[in-house]
Write a protein that binds this ligand. Structure first.
Ligand code: ATP
Ligand code: MG
Length: 240
């Protein structure tokens, strides 16, 4: 279980998170939705210990920080490293390129990276550089990198942003498949509500700096808040 309590965060006097509280069950797959600029990425970075909140606390029951991975909205690949080395990065603690590794460690890294690249359909792109990839391929590399070390907590920031419908479905299916495989606690931000809602156990909505709704899709359909309904029903038929 992960629990964030009363998180507050301001940037230059502009208050983004205003006492945000959120809890995630172990092994659940959850979605985080809300308007652009509402603080979803900031919240994910706080949950992933990349950004420190002004106040409030985040507690996790297991794993420690080594077992968290955050897939950034921007993708954030290392431009000077090959696809293989980008994905290997969490396994080699900075010893790049992975080809400089020796013996059993090298074999283990090779095996894990090859396996995850296969899963995201990038076996043939292993030796390409990020600049040679399409947006969808870059996202798949980021996803492979986020999951290669099998972290207990996976935070995915808008993994289908800017992708065409087919590529978006491929990525979303992969996330669900990989989640099922070893059940990491997973929180995914997405504006792609049609693809997000059917696959998540729970939906959390961040509006005006607070989580105004946490529950299942069925519960969301019954939820009367006009702001949230208007937001969600633009992209998802809540009455369908
Ligand atoms: N490092 C930073 N310095 C200053 N302001 C920041 C910083 N990071 C985020 N912000 C501000 O915090 C607010 C929330 O940003 P955030 O990126 O979390 O929104 P979001 O909900 O992820 O939006 P989107 O759906 O467009 O990705 C914005 O006003 C943004 O400008
Ligand atoms: Mg964002």
């Amino acid at each position: 279980m992960l629990e964030a309590r009363e998180i507050r965060k301001s940037f230059k006097g502009h208050s983004v998170l205003k006492g945000t509280s959120l809890s995630l069950e172990n092994s659940s797959l959850s979605g985080l939705i809300g308007p652009s600029g509402g603080g979803k990425s900031v919240l994910l970075k706080i949950l992933g210990s990349v950004v420190r909140p002004d106040s409030g606390e985040v507690s996790r029951n297991s794993g420690g920080e080594a077992s968290i991975s955050l897939m950034f909205q921007e993708g954030a690949l290392f431009d000077s490293l090959s696809v293989f080395d980008n994905v290997a990065f969490p396994l080699v603690s900075g010893k790049v390129p992975a080809s400089s590794l020796k013996g059993a460690v090298r074999d283990e890294v090779q095996e894990k990276v090859t396996a995850v690249l296969g899963r995201v359909g990038l076996t043939k792109a292993a030796h390409k550089m990020p600049a040679q990839l399409s947006g969808g391929m870059r996202r798949r590399v980021s996803l492979a990198r986020a999951l290669v070390a099998r972290p207990r907590l996976v935070l995915l920031d808008d993994p289908t942003a800017g992708l065409d419908p087919v590529a978006s479905s491929v990525i979303m299916n992969l996330i669900v498949e990989l989640h099922r495989e070893y059940l990491p606690t997973t929180l995914m931000v997405s504006h792609d509500l049609r693809r997000l809602f059917p696959v998540v156990d729970k939906i959390h909505a961040l509006f005006n700096g607070q989580i105004c709704f946490s529950g299942t899709l069925e519960e969301l359909k019954q939820f009367e808040d006009p702001l949230l309904r208007r937001f969600a029903s633009c992209r998802y038929d809540l009455d369908g």
